[in-house]
Design a protein around this ligand. Sequence first.
Ligand SMILES: CC(C)(COP(=O)(O)OP(=O)(O)OC[C@H]1O[C@@H](n2cnc3c(N)ncnc32)[C@H](O)[C@@H]1OP(=O)(O)O)[C@@H](O)C(=O)NCCC(=O)NCCS
Length: 377
Amino acid sequence: MSNYFLNHHGRPYNPTILQSYTPVILQSFSLVTFARISNRLTASMSKLTAAITAVHGYLPPDLLTNFDLEKMVDTTDEWIRTRTGVQERHILKGEGLGTSDMGVEAVKGLLAKRGIEASEIDLLICATVTPDHVFPATANIISDKIGAVNAWSYDISAACSGFLYALATGSQFIETGKYKKIVVVGADKMSSIIDYTDRATCIIFGDGAGAVLLEPSEDGNGIMDSILKSDGSGRQYLHQKAGGSVKPASHETVDNKEHYVFQDGQPVFKAAVKGMADVSAEIMEKNSLTADDVAWLVPHQANLRIIDATANRMGVGPEKVMVNIQRYGNTTAGTIPLCLWDWEKQLKKGDNIILAAFGGGFTWGAVYVKWAYNTPA
Ligand SMILES: CC(C)(COP(=O)(O)OP(=O)(O)OC[C@H]1O[C@@H](n2cnc3c(N)ncnc32)[C@H](O)[C@@H]1OP(=O)(O)O)[C@@H](O)C(=O)NCCC(=O)NCCS
């Protein structure tokens, strides 16, 4: 007989007693099983997610149009529009103004919209490749300027994928229950590192900032999944040659224009088309989403042709793709939150949204978001 049916003296149970206990044993087993199943169900229903509860953006008022660029370099409005999709971009002008100043405007608008004080922010993350200074972090400067006295803050450097990296990182602190209010900023003053005599790069980039607020949610909406990737071997095609520890600033680096964006467009274009399309399809497949399930694709705004390739690969029609590259150009870390800001009124609670980006590094990725609110009319 099995040891299970021996009493504490090591002798077998009286079969009559065992028989009388059977309903109790079965009952307690089914109660335990029921409790386990219901615990699992409750845990999955009340899983803490990081919901985007507000979005805001800022674009500096000065414009640089394709027609302005025609007067500066050997290019045409027609070439720029057909090869990239850009018509105009915003440029931050003014003595002593930097990326943090645009971030500050975006975050102030965010807080006003949500009706909360800066002192309520637990953490502020800023994605940027054009920080105010090499150090301290631009996030620290934004926090100081808005009075986020209880927040700690840091920057993320992942070029055009920076906002997605920051969003995925910030969401972890909400999901663990550690923090309640996290601000994620994507901001770049690209005009500070663009050579306006280089027609290959100056036509693409613009300045701008966007920000989102992350808060805990238990209603099944929020950031559902992310796939993030990087491949440092791509750095040769898109980088800033000098100003870092390998080649500190010198008269020579300035004379050689090595503090500007260097881009070998073709290899970046090819890697971006493949990277952004692959990862967007991968996140759909991983989450069993069909093209019909996807309400919106929010692609990084680098080039209209890269955006089209991504949408085609996902099987998503142009009516579901957010595109504002015509008006802003490529604002690097700013593009995705600026799209969400522009389309905010059209977003509905529960919408499945795929955010996708590709950038210098190389870095790329996709984030799957279930939109958490309806914007009041
Ligand atoms: C930069 C980019 C727009 C250039 O477009 P492209 O179709 O690749 O153009 P190419 O670099 O092959 O250049 C084609 C021709 O146009 C010329 N050209 C380049 N810039 C030009 C401009 N602004 N105006 C007119 N002609 C231009 C080139 O000199 C070249 O001339 P050639 O054939 O006589 O040599 C494109 O490569 C791109 O978008 N790359 C990726 C950008 C990106 O995603 N960035 C990273 C993510 S942030």
